[in-house]
Ligand binder design. Structure first.
Ligand code: ACO
Length: 275
């Protein structure tokens, strides 16, 4: 529009413009070359990693090297955890019922919740809140006890201070590459208190991921309010879902390869507690 266009003419153009139903800020496929967050696909292929793409599409940030390594580490550490847990079992049972990969994946997604995977989001919500309020680890433990709420980043079924989880150690080593780690430090102080009660009340994998994601987001110049909003929007669980999908696709394909037949729980594994 030229400089000589009158205000009235500009208003007319705006009024004539069709109202859009959607807004999208992460990619554009209309030009000669697809763009992710303003970057041409040819540049991505030449210079980027999957973590960088996640940074642009999920966070709209160009992730520094330490953050890319962290995201790739999350994906590797969470990419499998055996066939026994609820999500894997659901996938295997669904695959053996003759269903396709999408149905088998939907079956595992339905198991995500506070007892399985959902703890990453739960841990993030409580951690951000505690660190933003500048309360001490002791105050946090007391508060949670008064509220009758489990501390969301604490506990492991078999691992303990006597038999540490190697995945946690790997993430603590990685934390040394982070510019700041105030959320991780806070979560570890809480662990010092809870393990005095029981040795398995450790800062677990979900907790490490949540704390370091909080630290990464602070270092990417998000405000505490923005971080709290992203955590509530299930950003942290999204990393869990993405990584674990690698695992469950693996189990789905494994069942196909083995040509396993329909699963039926044997009677000896069910207590028929009926009159
Ligand atoms: N925060 C504070 N205290 C705890 C916690 C916790 N997260 N977990 C257990 N305790 C306490 C219990 O209150 C109980 O105390 P009491 O003896 O005075 O009553 C004692 O430790 C016994 O604990 P357990 O029997 O080992 O665990 P419980 O079955 O009570 O709770 C649960 C297990 C539900 C998983 C709980 O720890 C929790 O919700 N944790 C947070 C979410 C989580 O970590 N989920 C598992 C993810 S799997 C993973 O990340 C590897």
């Amino acid at each position: 529009m030229s400089d000589t266009t009158t205000l009235e003419q500009k208003l007319q153009v705006l009024q004539n413009r069709k109202k859009t139903n959607f807004t999208s800020t992460i990619s554009d496929e209309r030009g000669s070359e697809l763009e992710y967050n303003g970057h041409k696909i040819s540049d991505l292929v030449a210079w980027w990693s999957v973590a960088k793409v996640i940074g642009h599409l999920w966070l709209k940030r160009d992730l520094p090297e330490y953050a890319c390594t962290f995201i790739e580490t999350i994906m590797i550490l969470l990419a499998d955890h055996g066939p026994a847990v609820s999500g894997a079992t659901n996938t295997i049972v669904t695959a053996r019922a003759g269903k396709d990969v999408v149905s088998s994946l939907i079956a595992w997604l339905a198991t995500i919740g506070p007892r399985f995977g959902g703890a990453v989001t739960g841990a993030g919500i409580w951690l951000v809140d505690a660190v933003n309020r500048w309360i001490s680890p002791g105050e946090l433990v007391k508060e949670m006890k008064q509220k009758w709420v489990y501390i969301q980043w604490i506990w492991h079924k078999v691992k303990s201070i006597y038999d540490p989880d190697i995945r946690c150690k790997l993430m603590q080593d990685l934390a040394k590459t982070f510019p700041t780690t105030k959320h991780l430090e806070f979560a570890l102080w809480v662990e010092e208190l809870t393990t005095q009660k029981k040795p398995n009340l450790i800062l677990n994998v979900d907790g490490h991921i949540a704390a370091l994601l909080c630290d990464m987001l602070s270092d990417l110049w998000y405000t505490p309010e923005e971080i709290a909003r992203m955590v509530k929007a299930d950003l942290f669980n999204s990393f869990f879902v993405l990584s674990r999908s690698i695992w469950f696709i693996g189990h789905y394909l494994d069942q196909q390869r083995l040509n396993e037949w329909l699963y039926r729980t044997p009677w000896w594994d069910i207590l028929y507690d009926v009159e």
